[in-house]
Structure formats: structure tokens, C-alpha cells
Design a binder for this molecule. Structure first.
Ligand code: NAD
Ligand code: SIN
Length: 477
């Protein structure tokens, strides 16, 4: 019998959804059978179908916003930006498809034509995270379908309801039921999908720990495509600036938006020693004012709860760990509602800690490190195995150039937050944040492989060199 699955609203603890885990073998067989027909459709047909998907999402916008807010706990306004990103994805992916994986004609010898075209991989498994349960899987699914792949989408076991609704929208738009399949389950179903011989690749968004496990699983399968979008331990460096209020706002947005549950969230504020007291004081004053409440509350909160009690426990334990190992609390992390995963934004100065753990905390916990000079700031920012996003706040154009040139990250911003990445640009990280297959605008690249052909309608060939003369003496015998 299939395992029972449930999803609860983080903000209330109420049961939101229940279902059962999917039969992976059966789902793969359906997608495998549907793939050739979907791949054979003209690209104009696939584009039109996905444009209808946008209309379906628009028609269901409020319901999807509400469901995302309920299932993740993020405020309604935050969920609304996620749904907007879902709708914008189609036009962006159509442009990326044609720019990055469209057809090209090249000159070839002897009147032949040389073409570069792209083919889909086949059946792709998309494994989604819980923090953006619609936008991030959609960021793989839309380009994969556009390129002619069939898709098996396994949402996070923490957000199956949003995953189910997203797949309903593709089907309602006319994507064949078997060309995009919902696979419900957790790590076991994820592993089974990745291991299946009829799955041509895995498009993954989630933690580095899981991504590395899948990478290991793929070691003997170099022919399978693997796109890993993983976590971060992202630095925000604050340097000389006259506008302390704006600097503090950018730091608060980077660290606490979506309760810090963004892969691009800033978890380390690296600040010039002389500026630290003033700036950190301002960050604390602003963080003290952030409303942490139910996603539907009025007035609207800045942050909702984190995803579940386990995540909230992990965050409060991490704060205590930092404190008992030399960290100096600036703003304590508080569980505001018994039994529910609401935590307040927290700030801790870890400058004096001998060894700072290089882990992704994935919550509203900002660690402060004071440094004496700009070179130390860059060194400290790079002091991580991750490399997703980084930002410099303040500083001169020369310092930004130095920062840009020396920081190891896939997203490097100046006087903008570390998060809120654009879908119109590539999105990926280095180190253990990714495997050099960035998503967003560059997702087209991993959804199809290039085929180079030299073509002419009739065979026409001669060997010009290295042949013996024809022996005419034997002729006529
Ligand atoms: P997770 O790694 O726990 O799970 C992600 C998905 O992988 C889920 O669907 C899960 O069921 C599945 N899974 C778990 N173990 C598996 C295994 N061994 N084999 C195959 N599949 C498996 O991640 P999460 O906690 O849901 O999401 C939060 C993480 O995602 C954070 O680390 C965050 O930084 C990261 N994230 C990265 C990006 C990015 O684009 N770089 C974006 C959003 C979130
Ligand atoms: C995320 O994908 O978790 C965050 C995207 C962003 O805000 O940059």
C-alpha cells in the first residue's frame, strides 16, 4: 500500500492536504509513453499551450496565492510575487529557448548546409523545494516542456498541495496529462526517480546535502543530465556609506525576507569595524519593527512562520550554539507562539568565535562579523564552501570592482539585496551551491542537447588524393 502523506499549515497547525505517495514505476512508464508525441509537436504548438497555462494561472491567481501562503506560511503579498514569477516564466523561457537553443545555419563546404539544432533529453524528473513550491519547479518545468521533454514533477513532501495545483494548471491548459505527471512523495520517491533508467535527467532545487547525494548517485551515469540548484551561506558586506538607513533596509531585506528561507538570503553581515555599531544598531531597530504573523493577518506581516516546528527548533538551537561558542547576541531569536513555528528575526555578533560553522541556516538568523579592512572583508565573504549570492553595500566604484573580481558567487550585487534574483538572468552558484548548470534564463541549456549536422540532398563526393591510377590494361577482358 502507498504511504499516506499529509501537509499542515505552518501558521495554524491545521491539516491542509492529504494523499498517498505515487507509484514511481507507473508514473515513469506513462511519461515515457507520452514523450515522443509531445516532442514531435511543432514548437509553435508547445509555446501556444504554455501561453494558455499562463491564462489558466491568471484565472486561478487568488486561489494559488492563498494556497502558497497557507502551505508555506509566507505572507500573502510574498506569495503573490511568487505567482507573478510563475506567469512571467513562459515568455522569458520562450525568449531563452530561441536565443540559447534555437536553430542555427552555418556555412559548409561543397554547397552543403551545416545546422545546429537541439533535441530534448526525454523524460526529466523535477525535484522541488518547499520555499518556492510553484516558482522554482516551474522554472525547470516550463523550459523542459518547451524543449519537448516530458516531465515527472515531485514537489517537496512539505508542499504537495501547491505542486498538485500547479500540475492541474498545466493539464487544464492542454499539456497532455502524461507529458507532465505529478509524483507525490519524499526522498524515497526522489531517489527512485533519479535511479530510473527511463529518466534522462534530474532538475533539482534543494539543499546541498541532497544535491550532493544525487550527484553521487549519478556518478556511473554521465549520460544523464543533472542540474543542481542548491543552498547558500551568503555574505553581505557593508562598507562606507552616508545612507545608513538604506544600508540597514537592504540588509534586513536580504536576511529576513520570506523569514530568511531563500537560498539567496544573507546569513553573514561582514561590516567595517568603524561602521559596525551605527549600522548594526540601525539594522536591529528595523528588525525590531518587523511584524511576524499569520500570512493572512491584517496589518500584513513582513514575515510568516518558518516551514515547520523542526525548522524552528533547528534555528533556535543554532542561535544557542552560536551564543555558547563565543557569539554575542544582538537580538535574540524568540518562539512567539507555543507549538507553532513562528520565530522572530535574530542577530548575533560572531566576530569573536574561533570557528564559525559554514552551514546554511535557512531562517531569519543574521550573523555579524566585524573586519578591519576591505581585503579582510573579501576574505571573510569567501570563507565558505558555498557560492550562491553576495552583495556589497556602500563602498566606492573601485571597491565594487575589487569585490566583483574576487568574490566567488553566481550572483554579485552592489547596493541591492542578495535575494530577489531576476528570472531574465542566469541563476546559479559555484562551490556547493550548484554544478555549473544555472537555472532561470539559462535553464534552456540543460533542457536540450545540441546536435551538429552537415547536410546535402544528394550524395556528391570524390577522393582527390591518395588513390592509385585506374588500371586500364585489365579493361575489356
Ligand atoms: P531538500 O534538499 O530537503 O529537498 C528538495 C527535494 O529533494 C524534495 O522534493 C525532496 O523530497 C527531495 N529529496 C530529498 N532527499 C532526496 C534524495 N536523497 N534523493 C532524491 N530526492 C530527494 O530541500 P528543501 O528543504 O525542500 O528546500 C530548501 C533548500 O533548497 C535550501 O537548502 C535552499 O537553499 C535550497 N534552494 C535552492 C534554490 C536555488 O535555486 N539554488 C532555490 C530555493 C531553495
Ligand atoms: C530562492 O530561490 O530561494 C530565492 C530567489 C531569490 O529571491 O533570489
Amino acid at each position: 500500500m502507498s504511504a499516506a502523506l499529509t501537509s499542515f499549515e505552518p501558521a495554524t497547525g491545521a491539516l491542509l492536504w492529504q494523499g498517498t505517495a505515487s507509484d514511481v514505476e507507473a508514473e515513469v512508464a506513462l511519461a515515457r509513453a507520452a514523450w515522443p508525441k509531445w516532442a514531435a509537436q511543432p514548437i509553435a504548438y508547445r509555446i501556444e499551450t504554455l501561453r494558455r497555462f499562463v491564462n489558466v494561472v491568471r484565472a486561478n491567481e487568488e486561489a494559488l496565492v492563498d494556497l502558497i501562503a497557507r502551505e508555506t506560511g509566507k505572507p500573502l503579498w510574498d506569495a503573490r510575487t511568487e505567482v507573478t514569477a510563475v506567469m512571467n516564466k513562459v515568455d522569458i523561457s520562450v525568449a531563452a529557448f530561441s536565443e540559447r537553443t534555437g536553430q542555427r545555419r552555418l556555412e559548409a563546404a561543397m554547397g552543403a548546409r551545416q545546422s545546429v539544432r537541439h533535441k530534448p533529453h526525454g523524460v526529466m524528473a523535477v525535484l522541488g523545494p518547499y520555499n518556492f513550491p510553484a516558482h522554482l519547479p516551474n522554472g525547470h518545468i516550463v523550459p523542459a516542456l518547451l524543449a519537448g521533454n516530458a516531465v515527472l514533477f515531485k514537489p517537496s513532501e512539505k508542499t504537495p498541495a501547491v505542486g498538485e495545483m500547479l500540475v492541474r494548471c498545466y493539464h487544464e491548459a492542454g499539456v497532455p496529462e502524461d507529458a507532465v505527471r505529478l509524483v507525490l512523495g519524499g526522498p524515497d520517491e526522489g531517489k527512485a526517480l533519479a535511479a530510473h533508467p527511463d529518466v534522462g535527467g534530474v532538475l533539482f532545487t534543494g539543499s546541498a546535502q541532497t544535491g550532493i547525494a544525487i550527484n553521487r548517485q549519478f556518478a556511473a551515469n554521465p549520460g544523464k543530465i543533472l542540474a543542481l540548484e542548491m543552498g547558500g551561506n551568503n555574505p553581505i558586506v557593508a562598507w562606507d556609506t552616508a545612507d545608513i538607513a538604506s544600508a540597514a533596509t537592504l540588509i534586513v531585506q536580504s536576511a529576513f525576507l520570506s523569514s530568511g528561507q531563500r537560498c539567496t538570503a544573507a546569513s553573514r553581515l561582514i561590516v567595517k569595524e568603524e561602521l559596525a555599531d551605527t549600522l548594526v544598531g540601525e539594522v536591529k531597530r528595523l528588525a525590531d519593527r518587523l511584524i511576524v504573523d499569520h500570512p493572512h493577518a491584517d496589518p500584513a506581516p513582513y514575515m510568516g512562520p518558518v516551514i515547520d516546528n523542526q525548522a524552528a527548533d533547528h534555528l533556535t538551537e543554532s542561535f544557542l550554539y552560536l551564543m555558547s561558542n563565543g557569539g554575542k547576541p544582538i537580538k535574540h531569536m524568540v518562539r512567539t507562539t507555543k507549538g507553532l513555528p513562528f520565530v522572530t528575526p535574530a542577530i548575533i555578533d560572531v566576530t569573536a568565535m574561533a570557528e564559525r560553522p559554514d552551514v546554511e541556516l535557512f531562517g531569519p538568523l543574521l550573523q555579524v562579523v566585524r573586519v578591519p579592512d576591505f581585503e579582510s572583508a573579501i576574505r571573510e565573504a569567501n570563507n565558505t564552501r558555498y557560492g550562491l549570492s553576495a552583495a556589497l553595500i556602500g563602498g566606492s566604484p573601485e571597491q565594487y570592482n575589487q569585490f566583483w573580481a574576487n568574490i566567488r558567487a553566481g550572483i554579485v550585487n552592489w547596493n541591492r539585496p542578495t535575494n530577489g534574483a531576476s528570472s531574465s538572468a542566469p541563476f546559479g552558484g559555484v562551490g556547493i551551491s550548484g554544478n555549473h548548470r544555472p537555472s532561470a534564463y539559462y535553464a534552456a541549456d540543460y533542457c536540450a542537447y545540441p546536435v551538429a549536422s552537415v547536410e546535402i540532398e544528394q550524395p556528391r563526393a570524390s577522393i582527390g588524393i591518395g588513390l592509385k591510377d585506374i588500371d586500364t590494361s585489365a579493361m575489356g577482358d
